[in-house]
Design a protein around this ligand. Structure first.
Ligand SMILES: [Ca+2]
Length: 313
């Protein structure tokens, strides 16, 4: 197994790009509503990589995107064709050496760095496809790639704010498509981790306080969060154009179909993880629980297609 020193994790975190447009692609090309997606055009006249006869035959590799590769490693790995990758450009992450590095690593800074983004990217994952292929895997399960709550430390990817865009920490939509294409060419299937149990911490309960599950009580909400993280600035309902300031693209939740207050269970954080229906309806810590019945109604009514991303990829 190849291991790298997580040098990027030890550096001070680079400042988040909070310009007017924090994305790498024009905002006009990101759909605000699922109904804006032209599925017919997306699926017409194109080949699809077939699913296996049985997924139990696949050798699955779960890959935690933020922690896998920042595409800046040098030494010790080969490209897809098996040729050693030489140092080119700004490669700053050296190979991990068990003999020396394991005894010199500074525990506190490593521990603290682990609570934040460490810098793994789609580009890094794509670059290591040769390594993964030579491991013998046939399918990669990628941790969620979608846009996380603005300014959050949700490096794990499970705190989604926009289900239709890729988080800029990880890369772009085009890079994701390019990765899937390259993986298929290498004979590797890709499974995207898409969470519908909850979204990120996209709204605040009244007083911006933590609320906890209690007897199934539904708690009052002050509103969706602004991109600054401030609570209550955006009404808790599907956003008409007048509410766009502060909501698009970094505030509230997107696509717009999810902005109805009916999307959420609003029961507060789970305390008893073995207690039904608390574990079903409560928030996963600060991550806000989605009412799956509402999601099912949207799906059955055709407002949310079941396979948004698989169609595009
Ligand atoms: Ca739930």
């Amino acid at each position: 197994m190849v291991r790298y020193k997580a040098c990027c994790a030890l550096k001070q975190e680079s400042p988040r790009i909070m310009a007017e447009n924090p994305f790498d692609i024009p905002l006009s090309s990101i759909e605000r509503r699922i109904s804006d997606i032209d599925f017919k055009t997306l699926i017409e006249n194109r080949p699809f990589y077939p699913s296996p006869a049985s997924w139990s035959d696949e050798v699955l590799y779960f890959l935690f995107l933020d922690r896998f590769s920042d595409s800046k490693e040098y030494g010790g790995f080969c490209d897809a064709d098996g040729n050693p990758v030489t140092v080119q450009g700004e490669r700053t992450t050296p190979l991990f050496n068990d003999q020396t590095d394991s005894s010199t690593a500074e525990k506190e800074s490593w521990f603290e760095a682990g609570k934040k983004w460490c810098g793994g990217t789609i580009a890094g994952m794509k670059e290591k496809l040769g390594y993964l292929k030579r491991l013998g895997i046939t399918a990669i399960w990628v941790s969620p790639v979608f846009k996380q709550v603005t300014g959050s430390n949700d490096y794990h990817g499970y705190g989604i704010q926009n289900f239709l865009n890729v988080d800029p920490h990880f890369g772009t939509r085009d890079e994701l498509k390019g990765f899937v294409k390259a993986a298929h060419e290498a004979g590797i299937r890709v499974i995207l981790d898409i969470i519908i149990n909850h979204a990120g911490d996209v709204f605040a309960y009244e007083g911006n306080q933590r609320y906890f599950y209690y007897n199934g009580e539904k708690w009052p909400v002050s509103g969706y969060r602004l991109s600054s993280g401030e609570a209550g600035g955006i009404p808790f309902c599907e956003a008409p154009a007048s509410f766009e300031k502060g909501a698009w693209p970094g505030g509230a939740v997107w696509p717009e179909e999810l902005q109805s207050s009916d999307t959420w269970t609003c029961r507060g954080e789970i305390r008893q993880w073995d207690s039904f229906p608390e574990f079903l309806d409560g928030d996963f810590c600060s991550l806000k629980d989605i009412n799956l019945l509402h999601l099912l109604i949207l799906t059955v009514s055709g407002l949310i297609p079941l396979s948004i991303w698989s169609q595009e990829l």
